[in-house]
Ligand binder design. Sequence first.
Ligand SMILES: Nc1ncnc2c1ncn2[C@@H]1O[C@H](COP(=O)(O)OP(=O)(O)O)[C@@H](O)[C@H]1O
Ligand SMILES: [Mg+2]
Length: 454
Amino acid sequence: MSKIKSKFVCQECGYESIRWLGKCPGCDSWNSMEEELTGVKVEFKRSPTIVNQSKPQPIKNVKSGAYERYDTQIGELNRVLGGGLVKGSLILVSGEPGIGKSTLILQVGSAVADKYGRTLYVSGEESEEQIKMRGERLNSLSDNLYIVSETNVDVIEKYIEEYEPVFVIIDSIQTLFKEDLSSAPGSVSQVKECSNNLMRIGKSKNIPMFIVAHVTKQGELAGPRVLEHMVDTVLHFEGDRTQEFRILRALKNRFGTTSEIGVFEMREEGLIEISNPSAIFLESLTPETEGAIVIATFEGTRPLLVEIQALVTPTNAGFPRRTAIGIDLNRLNLIIAVLEKKIGLSLMNKDIYVNVVGGLKLEGTSADLGVAMAIYSSIRGISIQSKEMIAMGEISLTGELRPVNHLDKMMKEAEKMGFTNCIIPRKNKPGPGGSSMGCRGVNTLKEALDLLIF
Ligand SMILES: Nc1ncnc2c1ncn2[C@@H]1O[C@H](COP(=O)(O)OP(=O)(O)O)[C@@H](O)[C@H]1O
Ligand SMILES: [Mg+2]
């Protein structure tokens, strides 16, 4: 009889079995059995960022060295990474199929190979020929870029030992497998085990690694979320793959700020960085339209202007539709509730659609006022001079406007883009030396909407 290498363990109660079972006999829970390797020494858990073992010491005695970073030659990517690629860090690149993950990593791989030396690109998704063809299109064919089609994680480890690359790229974690496990590639146990292996290699040799991971339709990382906890940085591609803009957002970063974004345009020659995103997002702005307004938001470390559009139509079905693209649906429902209760609009029999132009997903609450004004403008048929005025402010449940952070920087950006007026919460006094735009401070949502009627 062959030696049993793996077992199935219930994640709820710890019941063990040599076969997979749908229902755990130990605790009666369904689908809780996961494959685990037997006979593997369980290493005690320490954070993967810790390389050397050390003794406790006063915090002030700890050396504060800066991280050693590689310049990826792509400014927007460096920004999202917190100033470059940290040596020995594990970076997850996630996003929908077709959004541009393979494109980005090939561009980075080639650039890093050119500047720092041998880079190993391991693909389990495409053949070497396919990657070469893409490389030709992207003009990313560095002499130091080595590629291989491989999915066995132990073989990949051997390649890393043998070729001693300075940077490793894996496309994608869901295609890798470890022979000792019988479950299919992409399963929770395979993904976990393979990532653990890669992490051990990367950390011990101080090699940075880019690992591509697919996401499911719901936006969750396919396979285990545990992957997100293990890695140092998670970069996620946002945007609509049918549009040309791609936004790369840091969801987690042990070496920089989170929610920093990088903006790219997908062209035939690859992902081109856009260093002035406000200009791009506002490019197709129509001067006077109903239901549209420009707002400012603060993403990571920089202000950004985007257009918000709203459309309000009578409901045909019994139940009114609320669709939010680019903003949180709960936030939209809250704003609608305030518009009904505090402004007296009747929206029960209206469908409401809100869209953030350009595919950006807004975080934070500074867009609330803009969303409310766009909805109001669509209902009343009032057009806002969108080329001139921007609005910022968080709406509270009482209908009052709460101040937003980084207002000065957002106003400076608006001024730079040629805006002359803004509506802001009165509590948000612009600081000295700020922008010279015409500013209307308002206390409540009602006051702000009254400004639209004149
Ligand atoms: N010849 C081409 N010209 C322009 N864009 C292309 C071309 N080929 C592919 N693309 C773009 O590249 C995208 C696929 O990128 P890719 O990096 O393979 O995505 P992922 O690895 O995330 O699945 C396509 O959606 C398309 O937008
Ligand atoms: Mg791909």
